[in-house]
Ligand binder design. Structure first.
Ligand code: ACM
Ligand code: ZN
Length: 525
C-alpha cells in the first residue's frame, strides 16, 4: 500500500507509457495508462457483455445510466457486446485492467468491486470524448483501503434522495466508505424503536440561528427537523452496497447529545431542562456516565444500530465533550471514585471503553474522533484524526489504526477562496484545492507506523449548509482531491491533477451536479 515506487514499467513496444505530465484524463489517477493506436466509438448499440455475476450486471446497468445522456441512449446489458466485463482473480479485489482497442473494450476486475471502479474510469473517458475513446491499456488499483466521505445529517437533515446523491458522488470518485453523522445537539436523525421520543422530540429544533455564530443572535422562528425511518436506512445501506460503499453510522457519545437529552432528560447529569439546540458550537450538556441507565440506553440504541448497519465499524464520536457537568454531578463523581479513575478525562475513556467492549462482544469495532486518545484508549479502537494530523500520528505510533481526516486538509465546510465575500456563508477557514491535495496521510511516520493508516476521509459538516446545491458547492470539486490522495497517493502530482480535473468536470456537468468553479477559474487565491 505504501509503496512509493510504481511497480510497473510499461514502455510496451510502439506504445507510449504515460507519466505524470501526460496521461488519460481520469481522476483519481490510474496506476498506469499506455496509449495505443486508434479509438473505439461507443454507441448505444455497442452493448455490454456482463457474464454470469449478478454484481456485474447491476454495475453495468448503472454504467449504462451514467453514460446515456452522452451517448443519446442506454447501452444494453446481456451475453454479447463490444464492452466485455469479467473477473480476473489474479488482481486485487479493488484493482482492474481496462483495455480499449479499435475492436472493443475489455474490463477485468479482481472482484465485482474492481469492475465497478473500471466502469467509473470508462465513464470519464466516454463523457470526455462524447463516446469516442482512444485506444489505451490501463492498470489501476488504490493505495488505501479506506476512502471515505462524511455527511452531517445532524445539523441539517438531508432527504433520502439527497443522501443517495451524496453516495453516488462518493462512488464516482471511487470512494468506498460513507460515514454518516446521525446524532447531534441540533437533531437526532435515526429512528430507534425502543426510544420513540428520540425522533418525536429530538429530531426537531424550534428554530435555527440566522447567519454566523460569531456575529448573529437572530433566529428564524421556523421549526427544522427530519429523521430517517429504519426502512429508509436499510434502503440507503443497500443503495450504498450496490455502489461498493459501506455505510458507517456515527452515534455520538458522550458529547453532542443534547437532542437525546431533550428527548429523555434522565440521560443528563442535571436530569431536566434540555432543549434541542438551535445554535451551533459546543454544549456543556452531555450524557451522564454516572448512571447505569445511560449505558443501558446507549446499548439499546446500539443494538438497533448494529441491526441496521452491517459495517464492521461503528463510529461513537468522542469529540468535544466538556467536563463541567461531570464535575458537578454526584453520580459522575461516585463513578470516578468507585472505578479508581484519576479525573473526568478518565471518566470519558471509561465510557468509551465500556461502549467499545459492548460493541466488541457484539462483533463490531469502534472508530472515535482523536479526543478518545485523552485519558487512554484501547489498542483496538480506530482513531479518526481531525484536529490536524497530530492525533493520528500519535495514535499510529502507539499502534492504533488511524483514518486521516485533518481539518487542515479534509474539512470541506471551510471556505474555498482567500477572501470569501463571493462565497455562500461558511464556517470559516480557507481550504483551496491545492491545500486539500497536499494531505499526506503518512506525514512523520516510519514504514511500520504507516501500516496503521487505513486511509483518508473528507468531512462535510453542515451547520451553515442548508440546501443540496450549497452542499455540492462545498463538496465538489474538493472531494476529488481527497479521492486522489486515497486512491493515488503514490503517484499524485498537482499539475497533472489540475489537467485531469477538466475531464471530471465534464462528468459533473453530464450528471447535472452543482460544483464550485473557483478552482477551474483560477480564483481560489
Ligand atoms: C469534529 O469536527 N468535531 C470532529
Ligand atoms: Zn453525571
Amino acid at each position: 500500500m505504501k509503496k512509493l515506487l510504481l511497480t510497473l514499467v510499461l514502455f510496451a513496444t510502439g506504445n507510449l507509457c504515460l507519466g505524470a505530465e501526460a496521461g488519460v484524463g481520469i481522476v483519481p489517477k490510474p496506476l498506469s495508462a499506455t496509449v495505443g493506436e486508434g479509438e473505439f466509438h461507443v454507441t448505444p448499440q455497442s452493448g455490454i457483455a456482463v457474464g454470469r455475476e449478478a454484481g456485474l450486471r447491476r454495475s453495468a446497468e448503472l454504467f449504462a445510466q451514467w453514460v446515456a445522456p452522452t451517448l443519446g441512449g442506454e447501452l444494453k446489458c446481456g451475453d454479447k457486446g463490444a464492452i466485455s466485463l469479467g473477473i480476473d482473480s489474479l488482481l486485487d479485489a479493488e484493482a482492474y485492467t481496462l483495455d480499449v482497442a479499435t475492436t472493443g473494450i475489455t474490463l477485468r476486475g479482481g472482484s465485482a468491486q474492481g469492475v465497478f471502479y473500471g466502469l467509473q474510469s470508462l465513464r470519464q473517458l466516454i463523457v470526455a470524448g462524447r463516446g469516442a475513446v482512444a485506444a489505451v491499456s490501463i492498470v489501476d488499483k488504490p493505495c488505501f483501503g479506506y476512502r471515505g466521505g462524511m455527511l452531517d445529517s445532524g445539523r441539517h437533515f438531508w432527504t433520502v434522495d439527497e443522501v443517495k446523491e451524496f453516495i453516488d458522488i462518493l462512488a464516482m470518485h471511487k470512494m468506498n466508505r460513507f460515514h454518516w453523522h446521525l446524532t447531534e445537539d441540533q437533531g437526532w436523525r435515526i429512528e430507534i424503536k425502543c426510544y420513540p421520543e428520540l425522533t418525536r422530540v429530538g429530531s426537531v429544533r424550534k428554530e435555527t440561528l440566522v447567519g454566523h455564530l460569531s456575529t448573529s443572535s437572530e433566529y428564524d422562528r421556523t421549526p427544522c427537523g427530519g429523521y430517517y425511518t429504519q426502512r429508509e436506512i436499510r434502503d440507503i445501506v443497500d443503495y450504498a452496497a450496490e455502489r461498493y460503499i459501506t455505510v458507517i453510522p456515527e452515534i455520538e457519545l458522550p458529547g453532542h447529545a443534547v437532542a437525546a437529552l431533550a428527548s429523555y432528560p434522565w440521560l443528563g447529569c442535571r436530569g431536566e431542562g434540555y432543549e434541542v439546540r438551535t445554535t451551533w458550537g459546543i454544549s456543556s450538556d452531555v450524557y451522564c456516565p454516572g448512571k447505569e441507565t445511560t449505558f443501558e440506553f446507549l446499548q439499546n440504541v446500539l443494538a438497533e444500530v448494529i441491526g441496521l448497519f452491517p459495517s464492521k465499524y461503528i463510529h461513537i464520536g468522542g469529540d468535544e465533550c466538556p467536563k463541567e457537568s461531570w464535575k458537578a454531578c454526584p453520580l459522575c463523581q461516585q463513578r470516578i471514585r468507585e472505578e479508581g479513575l484519576k479525573d473526568e478525562s478518565e471518566l470519558q475513556s471509561y465510557t468509551v471503553r465500556r461502549i467499545e467492549t459492548w460493541l466488541r462482544e457484539h462483533g463490531r469495532e469502534i472508530i472515535g474522533w482523536d479526543e478518545i486518545l485523552e485519558g487512554g484508549v484501547s489498542k483496538t479502537a480506530t482513531v479518526m484524526s481531525w484536529r490536524g494530523s497530530e492525533g493520528g500520528i500519535a495514535a499510529a505510533k502507539a499502534g492504533n489504526h488511524v483514518i486521516m481526516t485533518p481539518n487542515t486538509h479534509c474539512y470541506l465546510d471551510y471556505f474555498q477562496t482567500k477572501d470569501p465575500v463571493h462565497e455562500p456563508l461558511g464556517i470559516g477557514g480557507f481550504l483551496p484545492m491545492r491545500e486539500v491535495y497536499r494531505l499526506d496521510p503518512y506525514e512523520k511516520l516510519n514504514d511500520t507506523e504507516q501500516d496503521y493508516i487505513l486511509g483518508v476521509q473528507a468531512n462535510l459538516w453542515t451547520e451553515y449548509i442548508a440546501t443540496a446545491t450549497h452542499l455540492k458547492h462545498m463538496l465538489l470539486p474538493r472531494l476529488a482531491a481527497v479521492a486522489e490522495v486515497g486512491w493515488a497517493y503514490d503517484r499524485k502530482d498537482f499539475a497533472d491533477f489540475t489537467r485531469r480535473m477538466s475531464t471530471l468536470r465534464k462528468c459533473y456537468d453530464a450528471a447535472g451536479l452543482n460544483y464550485a468553479t473557483y478552482f477551474f477559474d483560477g480564483k481560489e487565491e
